[in-house]
Ligand binder design. Sequence first.
Ligand code: GFB
Length: 317
Amino acid sequence: MRKADRIYVAGHRGMVGSAVCRVLERGGYGNVVTRTHAELDLLDPAAVRAFYAAERPDVAVIAAARVGGIGANSAANARFLYENELIALNTVWGAAEAGVRRLLFLGSTCIYPRLAPQPIPESALLTSALEKTNEGYALAKISGLKLCEFLRRERGLCYHSLMPTNLYGPGDSYDLVGGHVLPTMIRKFEEARQRGDASVPLWGTGTPLREFLHVDDLAEACLFVLNLADPPDLLNVGSGEEVSIRDLAEKVRAATGCLATIDWDATKPDGTPRKLCDTSRIRALGWAPRISLDEGLRRTVACYRAECAARTVRLGR
Ligand code: GFB
């Protein structure tokens, strides 16, 4: 990418999009184009076509999506499929039609089969059944990455995709019902500590394993791959460290200084048992994460407390 390139970041107000904007600014890329949801409805193909025709970006980073944790996804697979499919197809197809030179599409490692070999290689895509709790979101992200692949093959456009593992960090949603596990645990333990609660309710059995990557590491990976002359179509990006939900809870409890005990509600879903992604391909190209889970948790608890104090924290419902 050139410093003067006009770079559209779709979803710039979200956790991923805002991290990408920060890393572009730090890198001296001063020509960033953004639109709020009120300014541009990505579900509307005509509006997206008109935007691309008017703004004519050189590069597009597609970080816009309807996202959520296991609770949000499993309660609304239809909406997650519908909205994320439209966002993916409109932003990618619209970019190709407008002659956008380069595009990076962001998905998630939930695109891989529920029982994929671990760690999950990119080649595991579409080799067996998806995890039911987030099938809609996964199908939409698979469509988006496949559209990028087809456009690259048919039109020679350098459109490629990154599939990050579970992300966390500044600007995350702390919605107790729809949020992801890590931010939700931070909020639950923080509020229990402040109220002096004796126990904290957590979901499932605590036995599943998850991998976590700080969103600032992902943003650096985005810039890294955007500066590759010939990037692979699809690359996983993750920390390579997995932790059980139970151990994560202990880490979050320690990071918040909460003394409450934990009540596991086995009526809530566990979701996929593991989803450690194989990141050997992106590491072989020269990228590596820099923020460990312990350091990331320390930073994120401090960030959550600051967002609460500034009343900018996204608490959802
Ligand atoms: O981040 P999360 O909600 O979604 O993590 P996934 C869910 C795991 O954490 C399950 C346990 O094993 C839950 O039982 N858990 C324990 C909790 N307590 C809680 C809690 O209070 N809240 C939540 N949310 N979970 C998501 C996909 O899967 O991964 C998304 O649904 C996306 O589409 C994301 O791909 C990266 O990790 O299971």
